[in-house]
Design a protein. Structure first.
Length: 127
């Protein structure tokens, strides 16, 4: 089993005891991303759409660091503090993904780190 820790400065640094991603053979497990700007480690300014876009940009940067891209994501988990934003997630996601779309779950949660409104993690399969 080949295991490699994935790290990039193009996505927020881990704010705890975890890695941005771990690659095991051809599978990459991406840790949750919230809408932090990598350079400042602060939440992105703007509305919920800005938060969702920042999360997809952060996930994309980690995918690229693991020699993949968003299209290689097989499973995406979305955590929202307000499920009324789910249609907006779909709208924004359509600008980042094309069919075939990954399997996905959307989960309502009470709160997220740093007061974020959205967090996403993913499993990517390469090869």
């Amino acid at each position: 089993m080949a295991r490699r820790i994935i790290r990039t400065d193009k996505a927020p640094a881990a704010i705890g005891t975890y890695s941005q991603a771990v690659r095991v053979n051809d599978t990459v497990y991406l840790s949750g991303q919230i809408p932090l700007v990598p350079e400042t480690m602060e939440l992105v300014d703007g509305d919920m759409e800005s938060q969702i876009r920042r999360v997809f940009d952060n996930l994309s940067a980690v995918c690229e660091a693991a020699d993949g891209r968003l299209a290689d994501i097989a499973k995406l988990n979305i955590f929202l503090t307000d499920l009324s934003h789910f249609p907006l997630v779909n709208q924004v996601m359509a600008t980042y993904f094309q069919e075939p779309y990954p399997a996905r779950a959307a989960i309502g949660v009470a709160s997220l780190p740093k007061g974020a409104g959205v967090e996403m993690d993913a499993i990517m399969v390469l090869g």
